[in-house]
Write a protein that binds this ligand. Structure first.
Ligand code: FMN
Length: 204
């Protein structure tokens, strides 16, 4: 190989090296803005959980808005022995009425309870049943560790206010950090919920 050829080859190699270095620099710079793993992303979004009981879907709809707007996980409390229409007739002498008036009643929950480790904030949603949170919400609280976590109770109802319902839940777990309970209008839109979340400093 003569000298000219050697010099030309050297230049080509140098240019190629520079191109490779530039390409790898560009790709590294891109990576810095993306969370390292999807696991890390889940952890960041996983600080809030929306736990709710809903029999006819009103509370569930609002729970979904909250979960969407806070990038939260959610958990629906389901009864092992599901409530029928007859059970929940708005009347005395129904299963719901008897349960609500029995201070020791703790209806069983179907399936596994969520692992609350790693969550800092728990939205706790329920419908008002005979002036109070359904007893199955008490069952939930009896069986989870919520020490030091912020709990934000919210309810829906035909007309009753939140009343003592949230305070009575709080008395089961005074070791948590409870917000005042709030009654949300059944007709609340996603935007209404977002406005409320903004007052809590929790909207995304
Ligand atoms: C068994 C039962 C008891 C209820 N008690 C009350 C009540 O005391 N006050 C009230 O305003 N609404 C009462 N309601 C109406 C519900 O609170 C209301 O429809 C709520 O939005 C239902 O939520 P859900 O669709 O998430 O189950 C009762 C409903 C049921 C089924």
């Amino acid at each position: 190989m003569n000298r000219w050829k050697t010099t030309r080859m050297g230049r080509i190699l140098s240019v190629m090296t520079v191109i490779v270095l530039l390409l790898s620099a560009v790709s590294c710079a891109g990576k810095e803005t993306v969370p390292e793993t999807s696991e890390e992303q889940e952890t960041n979004n996983g600080k809030v959980i929306v736990v709710y009981f809903s029999h006819t879907g009103n509370t569930e709809k609002l729970a979904e808005y909250i979960a969407e707007r806070t990038s939260a996980d959610s958990y629906r409390i389901e009864a092992k022995d599901p409530y029928t229409e007859e059970d929940t007739r708005y009347d005395a002498d129904t299963r719901a009425y008897r349960e609500q008036h029995d201070s020791d009643c703790r209806p069983e929950i179907a399936g596994k309870l969520p692992d609350l480790n790693g969550y800092d904030v728990i939205f706790l949603g329920y419908p008002i049943w005979h002036g109070e949170a359904p007893k199955i919400v008490y069952t939930f609280l009896d069986n989870v560790d919520v020490s030091g976590k912020r709990i934000i109770p919210f309810c829906t109802s035909a007309s009753s206010p939140v009343g003592m319902s949230a305070k009575n839940l709080e008395s089961l777990k005074p070791e948590a950090d409870w917000d005042e309970g709030i009654r949300l209008e059944i007709e609340s839109t996603a935007e209404d919920i977002e406005a409320w979340l903004n007052t809590l400093g929790l909207a995304d």
